[in-house]
Design a protein. Structure first.
Length: 342
């Protein structure tokens, strides 16, 4: 698999490509299915998950599929009441507010408590072309904590940061609980057939570098240490984390995902040669005219100068209103690129 080779920094004739949130609302075939089910109903239906996961593969022939799921699914068997409110996104009706709330969280057995996800991964892997990789994923402990504590999404998560500083013992207990649970969650996905795993710390960049190192990064490292024996590449993506790059090189991930604020050449210098990198076209560029999309994609690819260990991707998830023809141009430009042409 070209994607797996790139994760392990092996030479590839061109960069592999996939993109975050590639199965979703920008596709009309997805919207047709979504009209029949609630979001959580879709996630709990292995046949639907398989179909939605494969839709962008059929349309764009990208090199990897990422299983259709949500980062917050693991919270439900812990006893947190998750729902998706129209216009609001995820809402947790019984958020964590005390040390007792943390102690009351359940310890899921994901092979039994989220059986539909394992079934969906196995079913998708069986239907996916053998040359294509299947990516499993999780939310990082801090991102899970943001939703669990605040009860809904946000931008700066001021309440979460305040709670973290005011309740350090409870916060560390929560992070430990989510860390141990996440390790088991990822193990279950690999056992079901995932060829790679990605850790999404979507809100990790909300902290200072000092506080991320103190309160969060040890748990990221623990997850990566405990999943090193699974025999699959591990990708770490932290949004808005340019100020963390100096210590991300100690994470023990195989691939570091870069958002669009992190220059590729500079980031590779900072991270060193032991890491593959993934990214990092600004998703909003896909709203430009087609020629500009192609030029910017080529510029991104040429920065790597034929170096191994590079995976083309967006710098975050694709927007729901993105023109499909521009997504196709992005993918085709990457797939037509050859390292030997430089």
């Amino acid at each position: 698999m070209i994607f797996i080779d790139a994760c392990y920094r092996k030479p590839t004739p061109r960069p592999p490509i996939w993109f975050m949130r590639q199965a979703g609302r920008y596709l009309p075939e997805y919207r047709e299915i979504r009209a029949k089910y609630s979001f959580l109903e879709m996630c709990a239906n292995p046949e639907v998950v398989t179909e939605v996961t494969l839709q962008p593969i059929r349309r764009f022939d990208v090199d990897a599929a990422i299983i259709f799921a949500d980062i917050l699914l693991p919270l439900m068997p812990m006893g947190l009441q998750l729902r998706f409110a129209k216009g609001e996104g995820p809402v947790i009706d019984n958020p964590v507010r005390t040390e007792a709330d943390v102690a009351a969280l359940g310890e899921p057995d994901y092979s039994k408590d989220l059986t539909y996800l394992g079934e969906a991964i196995s079913m998708t892997r069986a239907k996916l072309d053998p040359s294509k990789a299947l990516i499993g994923f999780c939310g990082a402990p801090f991102t899970l904590a943001c939703y669990a504590i605040q009860g809904h999404g946000g931008s700066t998560f001021e309440y979460v940061r305040r709670w973290m500083y005011a309740n350090p013992v409870a916060f560390r207990a929560l992070m430990k609980h989510f860390t141990l649970s996440t390790i088991e969650y990822l193990k279950a996905q690999v056992a079901a057939g995932a060829n790679a795993i990605q850790i999404f710390d979507s809100w990790g960049g909300a902290l200072s570098a000092y506080d991320y190192l103190q309160f969060v990064f040890p748990y990221i490292k623990k997850i990566l240490e405990r999943t090193s024996m699974l025999g699959v590449p591990r990708i770490l993506f932290i949004k808005n984390a340019a100020h963390y790059r100096s210590f991300l090189r100690t994470s023990e991930a195989d691939v570091i995902g870069l958002d669009w604020t992190m220059p590729l050449a500079e980031s590779r210098r900072i991270l060193g040669e032991d890491y593959a990198v993934q990214g990092n076209l600004d998703p909003m560029i896909l709203f430009a005219d087609k020629d500009y999309v192609i030029r910017r994609t080529k510029a991104m690819l040429e920065i790597n100068h034929g170096q191994s260990g590079y995976i083309a991707n967006l710098g975050h998830g694709i927007h729901k209103e993105t023109p499909i023809e521009n997504v196709a141009a992005f993918v085709e430009t990457v797939k037509n690129f050859r390292h030997d042409d430089l």
